[in-house]
Design a protein around this ligand. Structure first.
Ligand code: TMP
Length: 238
């Protein structure tokens, strides 16, 4: 599939048109940002890791009944995906307190929840992706009730399957962010964006070591090594 002009450039990926209006090529960058782009850097090899890891995860999830945008990986950094209109809602699932949850409620990180939590952020960089309750998403017509029910069902399945999978790789799935889109051809809601150490918190089961983008956010070092190690563990168990 031939790469035509770039139609979008985000913080971590570029998106290109192809000759098929219903398929796009995503090209993963090594750029890393945090705090809504205020902190900027590069993690060598991150693009290749996130691309490959995300495709492995999406392949597993497809088998478990979660439709995704994945068509096929075409190079280390590039993947052919279904064209979607991304819903401007970041879907966040948490199993253990960390990050903005710990900060918002003034609790320590590492509290295991009885049930996963489910929340939305409004995907809007100008506003800093604020937390959004469901009725506000409905009021602004960002999604329908049916969309939200489908998204909740898929997101909880993703959590159950990924928790099991990562545990086999000796990683605890603390929390993660998903983005869904509407397939431009079929109109169906499918999982899009990526599943990677940029979008998940993963802690080593034995040591509790952070093996995700918090190493960049918090200047913990060993960035390249950590991303590579996560991919190695994932590949071993896939
Ligand atoms: P948070 O604790 O900062 O709200 O992050 C929750 C999860 O979402 C964590 O796994 C990191 C991920 N995340 C993103 O993928 N993109 C973002 O812009 C933010 C803020 C978090």
């Amino acid at each position: 599939m031939e790469k035509k002009e770039m139609i979008y450039e985000g913080k971590a990926k570029k998106v290109y048109r192809t000759e098929d209006p219903y398929e796009l090529i995503v090209d993963y960058k090594d750029d890393a940002t945090a705090f809504n782009g205020q902190k900027k850097g590069q993690i060598a090899g991150k693009g290749a890791v996130n691309n490959t890891m995300s495709n492995i995860m999406f392949g597993i999830l497809e088998e478990k009944g979660v439709p995704t945008h994945l068509v096929k990986q075409i190079s280390e950094r590039e993947t052919l995906v279904r064209a979607v209109d991304i819903l401007p809602l970041e879907v966040i699932i948490r199993n253990v307190s960390a990050g903005s949850f710990a900060k918002r409620y003034g609790v320590e990180e590492g509290i295991l929840f009885d049930e996963p939590t489910f929340e939305f952020s409004y995907k809007n960089d100008d506003l800093g992706d604020p937390l959004m309750v469901e009725s506000h998403a409905l009021a602004l017509k960002l999604a329908t009730k049916e969309d939200i029910e489908v998204i909740r069902k898929y997101a909880l399945t993703v959590n159950e399957e990924m928790k099991k999978f990562f545990l086999e790789a000796n990683l605890r799935l603390i929390d993660f962010k998903l983005e869904f889109g509407r397939d431009r051809e079929t109109g169906k809601i499918i999982l899009a964006d990526e599943i990677s150490p940029d979008t998940c918190r993963l802690w080593d089961v034995d040591t509790g070591e952070k093996m995700d983008k918090d190493r960049f956010r918090r200047d913990l070092g060993n960035l390249e090594e950590t991303y590579r190690a996560v991919l190695e563990r994932v590949k071993e168990k896939a």
